[in-house]
Structures are given as structure tokens and as C-alpha cells.
Design a protein around this ligand. Structure first.
Ligand code: BEZ
Length: 211
């Protein structure tokens, strides 16, 4: 069954390139990004895993652990890592789950048979410290993901969890935010000391509260 926003992320045990993982225990109190790729030793996937390795510090700075998965066996993942390191000028620094029995792929509905009946699509799940799924994305095999967009979404999720704001289209960390309509006009000054602007009664903005 498809995973929806707000669902508890399915727990699982799996072999990874960094040892056995019990997923919820591995996440601990962190946020998590679980993402699938179709297959090892394929070009787009090689660039994606190298890109995430280079962004590992950016994810860590936001309290996010990253973990990849495909249905390839552990021997294949381990052999592929040297190619990722060599071609992407990086050092792999996060685990890749081996899921030959499709335990993770099935739990997260990562195989879309009308796209490919054996390989995982490019799924992304952002999971919060309460183990709730906060974002799902699905990309086809031929389109590599923009992992800066995943970081941008994490920034928005963490901000909007802590403050009664939303983030507008194309928002970037540091930009103005939209004030929740749950906040009455007469509370704005107290709630948003950095100031606010009323553009329409339903469209009110404020400088980013946590910057
Ligand atoms: C790739 O990573 O390039 C790829 C993987 C599976 C199907 C198509 C492309």
C-alpha cells in the first residue's frame, strides 16, 4: 500500500554497506531521508549517490541521516562503491541497503510495475524524529534527482514545524515566509517581532523567524 504523508515510516531490518540496520533504531532522534535507486552500476544512480555523499555534511547540519536502497545484493553495492568514489570524486559516507528480497521496496511501495516490474523507481521519503513521513517524491529512472531540493524541503519542514508559517513557491532559506491564517491580525506584532506585511487578508508575510 502507498505511504502517505503523516503515516509512520515502516520499520525494517536490513543488511547495508555499513552493517546491519534496524531502521527506527538507526534513525534514533534524527530526521531521515530514505531514497531508492533502480540499480547499481548504472549512470544516473552513480551520479546521485556521489552527489548525496558530497552533501552529507549539509544533511548532517540539519540533523538528517541519509540512507539509500536498491534491490541489488550487498556484494554488488560493495563493488559499486569504488566506481562511485572514482567517477564522482568523493568518498561514500552513508549506508546503501541491500534489498534483494524487496522487503523495503514493498513496505515503501518503491516498485511501480507499470514503470518497471523488478527495479525500484527513484523514491524519496523524508521522515521526522517522530518517525512520521513528511515528504514523498517519485522520479522515473531516467531523471536524476536534485538533492538540493531535498535540502530545501527539509529547511521548510523544520521551519514550519517550529513556527506558524508556511513557505511560498521557490522559497529558499532566508527568504520571507507566509504567516499562518490561524493567527489573527491583532496577534501579528507579538508573534512576529521582526515585522509583517499584509498583502491580502489571506496573504501576510514576515521575515524568516528562525534566521
Ligand atoms: C541509471 O541510473 O542511469 C538508470 C538506471 C535504471 C534505468 C535507467 C537508467
Amino acid at each position: 500500500m502507498a505511504i502517505r504523508l503523516g503515516d509512520t515510516a515502516p520499520d525494517f531490518r536490513a543488511e547495508t554497506t555499513e552493517g546491519h540496520v534496524s531502521f527506527h533504531d538507526w534513525l534514533g532522534e534524527s530526521w531521515g531521508v530514505l531514497f531508492s535507486h533502480p540499480a547499481d552500476f548504472t549512470p544516473v544512480c552513480t551520479t546521485e549517490l556521489g552527489t548525496v555523499a558530497k552533501l552529507k555534511n549539509e544533511f548532517a547540519a540539519r540533523g538528517v541521516k541519509v540512507i539509500a536502497v536498491s534491490v541489488d545484493p550487498i556484494e554488488s553495492h560493495n563493488a559499486w562503491i569504488s566506481d562511485i568514489n572514482e567517477t564522482q570524486n568523493t568518498e561514500m559516507n552513508f549506508p546503501i541497503i541491500a534489498d534483494p528480497d524487496r522487503v523495503v521496496a514493498d513496505a515503501y511501495d518503491m516498485i511501480h510495475p507499470n514503470a518497471d516490474d523488478t527495479l525500484t523507481v527513484r523514491s524519496v521519503f523524508v521522515i521526522d524524529p517522530a518517525k512520521k513521513v513528511r515528504l514523498t517524491l517519485t522520479y522515473p529512472a531516467a531523471t536524476g534527482r536534485d538533492f538540493n531540493e531535498i535540502l530545501r524541503v527539509v529547511d521548510s519542514l523544520q521551519l514550519t514545524t517550529d513556527f506558524q508559517v508556511a513557505t511560498p513557491a521557490n522559497w529558499q532559506d532566508g527568504d520571507d515566509c507566509i504567516i499562518s491564517n490561524a493567527i489573527a491580525d491583532d496577534q501579528l506584532e507579538a508573534r512576529f517581532p521582526k515585522g509583517h506585511e499584509v498583502i491580502k487578508p489571506y496573504l501576510r508575510t514576515t521575515p524568516q523567524p528562525n534566521r
